[in-house]
Write a new protein. Structure first.
Length: 237
C-alpha cells in the first residue's frame, strides 16, 4: 500500500528520532512540486551532543535527505546561509510543515527563518558589484567572439549565473544554485529573468547568442553598465 510523503516522513521520524526536539518536512513534498522521483527533505532538531550533519538514506523505497542539527548548529547554519545569500535553511524552515515539536521550538525556528527571509540578504558591497559587472562584461565579449558551439554554451552558462547574481542583488533578493537559481531570479524580477532564460534556450536551439547578449546587457545596465578599461584590483603580497 502506497503512503503519502507526509506519512512516510512521520513514520521515519518516529522510528529514528523519537528523542528529538522536533522535525519538519520541506521541499517539493510541501510546495506541490513533487514528482515520482522526488526525495523527502526532512530537518530534524536534536539535543547535544549529537553532531550537526546531513545524511542521505533510503526509506521504504524513497530517497530521503536528512538535515540534522542541534540548536547551536541551526543558529550557525542560519548565519552561514545569510552570508552566502542563499538562505537555504531559512527557506526550508519557513516553508516546511511541522511533523512534531517539543516546547514550540520548531515554531520559533520557523519564525526566525521567516524574519530572515523578509529582511532579505545584505546588498553586495560596491567593489563586489563592480567585479561581477566586469566579469559579466568579459563573459559577454567572449560570447560575442566565440564560434565554437560547445564554447558558446559553456560561456553562456557562466554569463547566465553572473547575470542572475547581479539581478538578485539589484532587487536585494536571495539567490541560489542549481534549480534554485532560475526560481529565485524569476521571483526577484520576472521580466528580466524570463527574457534571460528564454534567450538562453534560444541559444541552445539556434546557436544564436545575440538575444542572450541583449538580455544580459539589459541586466548590466540596471546595475551600472559594462566595465572594461579602468577596472583594477590589487591583492596583498
Amino acid at each position: 500500500m502506497n503512503t503519502s510523503p507526509l506519512q512516510n516522513a512521520r513514520s521515519l521520524v518516529d522510528e529514528r528520532f523519537a528523542q528529538a526536539i522536533g522535525a519538519l518536512l520541506a521541499g517539493s513534498s510541501v510546495s506541490g512540486r513533487a514528482t515520482l522521483n522526488s526525495d523527502l527533505d526532512i530537518a530534524v532538531l536534536v539535543n547535544e551532543p549529537e553532531p550537526t550533519r546531513r545524511e542521505t538514506i533510503r526509506y521504504h523505497g524513497q530517497l530521503v535527505e536528512l538535515f540534522i542539527h542541534t540548536r547551536t548548529g541551526l543558529t550557525h547554519l542560519f548565519t552561514a546561509d545569510r552570508t552566502s545569500r542563499r538562505a537555504s535553511m531559512q527557506f526550508m524552515y519557513a516553508e516546511g510543515q511541522i511533523l512534531f515539536e517539543r516546547h514550540d521550538e520548531i515554531t520559533n525556528a520557523k519564525a526566525t527563518a521567516a524574519h530572515d527571509l523578509q529582511r532579505g540578504p545584505e546588498p553586495l558591497d560596491e567593489m563586489s558589484v563592480e567585479t561581477e559587472r566586469y566579469h559579466l562584461t568579459d563573459t559577454l565579449d567572449d560570447l560575442t567572439d566565440s564560434h565554437d558551439d560547445i564554447e558558446r554554451l559553456t560561456i553562456a552558462a557562466a554569463g547566465l549565473t553572473r547575470a542572475c547574481i547581479l539581478l538578485c542583488n539589484y532587487h536585494r533578493a536571495w539567490t541560489g544554485t542549481g534549480k534554485w537559481l532560475p526560481r529565485r531570479a524569476r521571483t526577484a524580477d520576472p521580466h528580466h529573468a524570463t527574457a534571460l532564460f528564454n534567450s538562453y534556450q534560444q541559444l541552445a536551439r539556434t546557436n544564436d547568442p545575440n538575444p542572450l547578449i541583449i538580455a544580459a546587457t539589459d541586466i548590466l545596465n540596471l546595475t551600472g553598465g559594462a566595465i572594461r578599461e579602468g577596472y583594477q584590483r590589487t591583492w596583498p603580497a
